[in-house]
Design a protein around this ligand. Structure first.
Ligand code: HEC
Length: 143
């Protein structure tokens, strides 16, 4: 008798979280298949192209673009206090390596109407290297 009560409750919790899309979203943000093929040292050098506009830590001063700390798994356009374009504000997705890869390759095509003045990083290997660096550098080191 006990089991007949426990099983439906478990099934209900699982199907509720599937409906909310939670496992899928977390799994996507945890997917490191692009950064896995990248070189962190080269990526750090490539980040020089982003540096004028982006800092990587939560406490750093904001530049032209939003700070990129805790980027993976974060809702696009969600940095409190930053004046995003309408397009970025309305964007409804979480940053994963897959969509960051598309964004960095061709920002204007990926999200028309955004205000990031960056032409794009067309070389696939460059984006893998940059991704590998961002994976490390956007995670806050514990103090
Ligand atoms: C000339 C300044 C500039 C450069 C260079 C630039 N960005 Fe941006 N970036 C911005 C601005 C401004 C936004 C906000 C766009 C909007 O609101 O439409 C942005 C947004 C972003 C976002 C979305 C952040 C969020 O909160 O959702 C990411 C990720 C990003 N940039 C990564 C990069 C990377 C990586 C590079 C280097 C390859 C780069 N950017 C180069 C200005 C820049």
């Amino acid at each position: 008798m006990k089991f007949s009560v426990k099983i439906p409750a478990f099934v209900a919790i699982v199907s509720a979280s599937v409906l909310l899309g939670m496992p899928a979203a977390n799994a996507d943000a945890a997917d490191t298949s692009i950064s896995a093929g990248g070189d962190v040292t080269k990526g750090k050098r490539l980040f020089n192209r982003c540096k004028a506009c982006h800092n990587l830590t939560a406490t750093a001063r904001r530049r032209i673009g939003p700070n990129l700390d805790s980027l993976f798994g974060r809702e696009a356009g969600s940095r409190e206090g930053f004046k995003y374009s309408q397009a970025m504000k309305e964007a409804d997705f979480v940053w994963t390596e897959q969509n960051l890869d598309e964004w960095l390759a061709q920002p204007r095509t990926f999200l028309p109407g955004n205000k990031m003045a960056f032409a794009g990083l067309r070389n696939d290997q460059d984006r893998k290297d940059l991704m590998a660096y961002l994976r490390e550098a956007t995670v806050e080191a514990p103090e």
